[in-house]
Design a binder for this molecule. Structure first.
Ligand code: FE2
Ligand code: FE2
Length: 186
């Protein structure tokens, strides 16, 4: 962690040296992003209304993705697709998607961002909603990929009998993804 404190109490009075310090600190935070992601994944262990923990659910998702031949980036996206539950439950799809966006393809970001709506296909009817609300995007180039993600790597990943790989197995992939140079906005 870089040492020091800025001179200002309002940003308008900051000097170049102040901002060099601020951005050195920010770079440290970016460099340690994977540590926090791993902590958030561990927070998904514990009681849940499902027959398995939220962590076991995403481990099952990542294991199925790998078994189906997905590449490293897509496997990590499967692992992180519900990580928004930890820090922004009310819009967990969008929160998780925002976290990975600087490090992944547009398609992988889009799939995670929309997976909640697409997953509604399986349960919206119990709440008077249309299962096919996702067909709003039926002409979108990533529609089929998101349908497949939900069908094969999400809605079916609540099985206590499924033998998934442990979190430690996926940790090097998480670290490899977040070691990429992030793109995008502040
Ligand atoms: Fe989800
Ligand atoms: Fe999920």
């Amino acid at each position: 962690m870089p040492e020091g404190t800025v001179s200002f109490t309002a940003m308008e009075h900051g000097t170049k040296d102040d901002y060099v310090l601020v951005f050195a600190h920010e770079q440290h935070q970016i460099d340690t992003q994977a540590d926090r992601v791993m902590d958030w994944l561990r927070q998904m262990e514990g009681p849940s209304p499902y027959q398995i923990s939220r962590l076991d659910h995403v481990l099952q998702s990542a294991t199925r993705a790998e078994n189906d031949g997905a590449d490293m980036e897509t496997i990590v996206c499967a692992l992180l697709h519900d990580i928004g539950d930890v820090i922004g439950t009310a819009n967990h799809s969008q929160v998780g998607a925002a976290l990975i966006r600087p490090y992944v393809s547009e398609q992988n970001w889009w799939v995670v961002h929309h997976h909640g709506l697409f997953q509604g296909y399986y349960w919206f009817s119990h709440y008077g909603r249309q299962p096919n609300e996702r067909d709003l995007y039926i002409d979108h180039p990533y529609y089929d990929a998101t349908v497949r993600f939900c069908a094969e790597w999400d809605q079916n990943c609540f099985d206590p009998a499924y033998q998934h790989r442990p979190l430690e197995y996926f940790e090097p992939m998480v670290r490899e993804l977040f070691a990429r140079t992030p793109s995008g906005e502040l």
